[in-house]
Design a binder for this molecule. Structure first.
Ligand SMILES: [Zn+2]
Ligand SMILES: [Zn+2]
Length: 335
């Protein structure tokens, strides 16, 4: 089969890759498409990522084979399947840290969504594979995974009605957060340093602004206190510095981004005397995914305009370029 294979040093090419075979309890999917995630790009450009590898975890596919014992899903179904699944039984899982579960980190689809066929292992089938109703488009369905991560993060911010919540960074993830935070009843301010991104987000009807406009809006909305919640989706350490100035005393900052910067630009004195809370979330649990699945199938979140580009597998490298340079919000890759 064909797959977009990572060959190290940022290089990706469409090559032959062994077609997976399945066993009992497993599924074989023929890929319909897969979203390109910022975390795929981070792996592609990192100097120490192991090659060869096939990335992609925001996938939609048709079941063409179901192993013995699979229940509730059959050949011919169109599904989304999660990449990582926790064990549900360890200390991490029982404490709500499912994405820190050791089994979670080891579980994965085979080989990944940027391929013609994918094997879905038993635990992924049992706990985090969702059968799609007809009215949901492939593109919207591929958003279940990133939306699940955003559902988890939004819950952890603790945002509620009456709050002023700020989203830093208006890529596709930031645009999801603006919508999810609005559903908590908070008044949301979306901010991005790139005028192009602000314009795209405004085009989607989202409250998007520049940094100086955001400063004014936050002061007005909060009576000069500052935002209750600031959620950072990009911009690394420098965004955290701004967030500390934008958040109110006693407020919270949620960090939802990787990226460079190995120190928090926050004086410990500030952290303590201003009683700030800094939280982070990584990935999502099956419960977060099922909540996201429900939001997608009920049309509660606007998703389709977030797809700005559609590319075939053999042009994945172009998609990486488009997203790195901020010209694309979300790239959807089809075999
Ligand atoms: Zn992702
Ligand atoms: Zn576990």
């Amino acid at each position: 089969m064909k797959a977009a294979v990572f060959r190290g040093n940022g290089r990706i090419a469409a090559e032959d890759w062994p077609r997976p075979t399945i066993g009992a309890g497993e599924l074989l999917l023929r890929l319909r498409g897969c979203g390109l995630c910022g975390s795929d790009i981070a792996k592609i450009v990192a100097p120490d990522t192991k090659a060869p590898a096939v990335f992609g975890h925001e996938l939609v596919g048709d079941v063409i084979e179901a192993g013995a014992g699979v229940q509730g899903i059959a050949r011919g179904d169109r599904v989304v399947a999660a990449h990582h699944v926790p064990c549900g039984e360890c200390h991490y899982c029982r404490r709500g840290s499912e994405s820190m579960c050791r089994a979670f980190k080891e579980s994965h689809l085979d080989p990944g969504g940027f391929a013609e066929f994918v094997r879905v292992p038993t635990t992924n089938v049992a706990h985090a594979t969702f059968r799609l109703p007809e009215h949901v488009s492939d593109e919207a369905a591929s958003f279940v995974e990133p939306l699940g991560c955003c559902v988890r993060a939004t819950r952890r911010t603790g945002a509620r009605a009456g709050d002023t919540a700020v989203v830093v960074g208006l890529g596709s993830i930031g645009c999801l957060f603006v919508q999810l935070l609005a559903r908590t009843g908070a008044t949301v301010v979306g901010m991005d340093a790139s005028p192009g991104r602000v314009e795209i987000a405004r085009g989607l009807g989202l409250p998007a602004m520049s940094m100086s406009e955001a400063n004014t809006a936050i002061a007005r909305l909060s009576g000069g206190r500052g935002a209750d919640v600031v959620l950072i989706t990009g911009g690394a350490a420098s965004a955290l510095g701004w967030a500390v100035t934008a958040v109110r005393d006693g407020g919270s900052i949620h960090y939802f981004a990787g990226g460079p910067g190995d120190a928090l630009p926050v004086a410990l004195e500030t952290l303590y005397h201003r009683e700030l809370t800094i939280t982070a979330t990584y990935s999502s649990s099956p419960a977060d995914l099922s909540e996201a699945f429900c939001l997608v199938t009920t049309g509660a979140v606007t998703l389709e305009p977030l797809y700005t580009h559609r590319l075939p597998l053999d042009r994945l490298d172009e998609g990486v370029d488009l997203m790195r340079t901020g010209r694309a919000l979300k790239v959807y890759v089809t075999p």
